[in-house]
Write a protein that binds this ligand. Sequence first.
Ligand code: ZN
Ligand code: ZN
Length: 93
Amino acid sequence: MGGEEESEVALRRALQTNRELAGRNILLQDRVEQSERERVCVVCMTSPRVQGFYPCNHFCCCGDCAAKCYEREGSCPMCRTASVGLSPRFFVV
Ligand SMILES: [Zn+2]
Ligand SMILES: [Zn+2]
């Protein structure tokens, strides 16, 4: 008959497709997580970014961390460029 063999091939093919789809989902999930990370403060990794640094214009900190970095280090936490001021959103890095 050979019917059983054929159904096994079909099953294997279905499993393979399943695995490929699962792999794609993981990639998608990674991308979502990455864009989430890109929206949070680079210092505390929890609060949303609301402040940038001047003159490098790295929009990378929440209000608290931006103030702390500016007062304590006087530089941008992303590129360590000496900061002469805080800026509201100029552009997204
Ligand atoms: Zn922060
Ligand atoms: Zn910077």
